[in-house]
Ligand binder design. Structure first.
Ligand code: AGP
Length: 368
C-alpha cells in the first residue's frame, strides 16, 4: 500500500482500481476539453498550432500494456487527424538503431515513468534530436523528467501489478491528442464536437460497462478451466484484443493469444476446437459484418465464441454476447477493454490466483 491509499473495502487493488475508472477518466479529462472550439487543450504539450501542423508522423513507444494503449492511440490519431501513426515496443526501438524522424512526434507511454526500456528509448530519441513527449502517470518520475513535456494521466496511484485504470487513461489522453491534432488539420468542428461529447460521456459509459460484472463473472467461471484462449480483433479491435490477452495471462496464468481476426485463417485456425474459446472484439465500425464471418469460422470448427461488442448482434452469432453501452465509435476501444479486465480478474479469482501480485512480475520493470 502507498500512504493512505488503502483497499477501502475492496478485496484487492485490481478490483478497486477497475472500479475507480470512471473517476480516473473524469480527472484525466478535467479542464482539457474545449466545447466551444471542439478541441482539447493539453497544457503540458508545448507545441503551438503551427508546430502541431508540422507533425508528419506520430509514434507511440511503451512496454506491455502501455505499448498496447499506444497502439490504440495510433489508431485514433490516424482516423481523427489522418497522420500516419504507429506504436512500437520501446524495448525493440531502443535496440534497433532506429531512424529518428525530425518531423515526427514521439510519445513515451508509461504508468510508472520508471520502465527502463522506455526511458532508454527516450534517451536514444533525445540524443538523435527527436521530439518526444511523455504520457505518464507518476509526476516527477524519470520518464516525465526526461521528456520535459507531455500529458499526465491523472489516473491516481495504481498498486495492482495488472494495470487497468492507467491503461484506460492512456487511451483517453490519446483520444484528446488525436482530437487536438485533427482540429489543426481537417477534422471539422462538427466532428470535433461529436468527439468532445463522446469523451464527456465516457465516464458514465465506463461505469455502465463495469455493471457487466456479474455476466462476465459467470463467463469466467464457465471457461476458467480452458488451457488456452484466443482474443481476436481487427483494426481498432486488435489492440483491445492484445491488451485483453495480456491481462488474462498476467493474473490468471491461462495462456492467451491475441490474433488479427483475418489472419486466423492463415494458420492458427488449426488450433480451434471445443476446448479453445475465442473472445471476439466487435467495435461499432465498418467491419461488423467481417467480424461476424470470423465468429462463423470459429463456430464452424466447434470453438466456443465470446463476443465483446459495441453493437447488437444476433444471439446466434456467439455462445455469449457481452454488450457494452453505446457511444461515439472512435472511443469504443476504451470501453470494450473493460469487460476484458473483468474477464481476467474473475478467471484469476476462479482459479484462486494472487491477483495483485502475480508470480514472476513486478509493478515496474527497471532492469534490462
Ligand atoms: C500491465 O498490466 C503490465 N503489468 C505491464 O505490461 C506494464 O504495462 C508495463 O511493464 C509498462 O509499465 P509502465 O506503464 O509503468 O511503463
Amino acid at each position: 500500500e502507498s500512504g493512505s491509499y488503502g483497499l477501502d473495502g475492496h478485496p484487492d487493488f485490481m478490483r478497486k482500481e477497475m472500479a475507480e475508472q470512471p473517476e480516473a477518466v473524469r480527472r484525466a479529462l478535467r479542464g482539457r476539453l474545449d466545447a466551444r472550439f471542439a478541441t482539447a487543450h493539453l497544457g503540458g504539450l508545448d507545441l503551438d498550432p503551427m508546430a502541431l501542423r508540422a507533425v508528419r508522423r506520430v509514434k507511440f513507444l511503451g512496454c506491455g500494456s502501455a505499448y498496447y494503449a499506444g497502439q490504440i492511440g495510433a489508431g485514433m490519431v490516424e482516423s481523427l487527424a489522418r497522420i500516419p501513426a504507429d506504436a512500437e515496443p520501446a524495448s525493440e526501438f531502443r535496440y534497433r538503431n532506429p531512424v529518428v524522424d525530425p518531423d515526427a512526434l514521439y510519445v513515451a507511454v508509461s504508468q510508472s515513468g520508471e520502465t527502463l526500456d522506455t526511458l532508454a528509448a527516450v534517451q536514444e530519441l533525445r540524443r538523435k534530436g527527436g521530439r518526444v513527449m511523455g504520457a505518464v502517470n507518476v509526476v516527477g518520475s524519470a520518464i516525465a523528467r526526461e521528456c520535459g513535456s507531455g500529458v499526465f494521466l491523472h489516473a491516481g496511484p495504481e498498486i495492482s501489478v495488472a494495470s487497468t485504470k492507467a491503461v484506460t487513461t492512456m487511451g483517453v489522453s490519446f483520444a484528446m491528442l488525436a482530437l487536438l491534432l485533427g482540429r489543426v488539420r481537417d477534422l471539422s468542428s462538427a466532428a470535433g464536437t461529436r468527439i468532445v461529447g463522446g469523451l464527456q460521456a465516457l465516464p458514465d459509459r465506463i461505469e455502465a460497462a463495469l455493471e457487466l460484472d456479474a455476466q462476465v463473472a459467470e463467463v469466467a467461471q464457465r471457461y476458467a478451466k480452458s488451457q488456452h484462449m484466443f482474443f481476436l480483433g481487427r483494426v481498432s479491435g486488435w489492440p483491445v484484443a492484445r491488451e485483453g490477452a495480456q491481462k488474462l495471462k498476467e493474473v490468471s496464468y491461462v495462456h492467451a493469444e491475441a490474433y488479427q481476426s483475418a489472419e486466423l485463417k492463415h494458420g492458427p485456425i488449426a488450433l480451434i476446437d471445443a476446448d479453445m474459446p475465442s473472445v471476439v472484439i466487435v467495435p461499432n465500425d465498418d467491419l461488423v459484418a467481417k467480424n461476424l464471418i470470423t465468429m462463423e469460422q470459429v463456430k464452424a470448427r466447434g470453438g466456443p465464441v465470446i463476443a465483446v461488442t459495441a453493437v447488437d448482434l444476433p444471439a446466434s452469432a456467439a455462445d455469449v454476447v457481452i454488450r457494452v453501452p453505446d457511444g461515439e465509435p472512435e472511443l469504443d476501444p476504451l470501453v470494450l477493454g473493460i469487460p476484458l479486465q473483468l474477464l481476467a480478474y474473475h478467471t484469476a479469482a476462479a482459479l484462486g490466483r494472487d491477483i495483485d501480485k502475480p508470480r514472476n512480475l513486478a509493478k515496474s520493470v527497471t532492469v534490462e
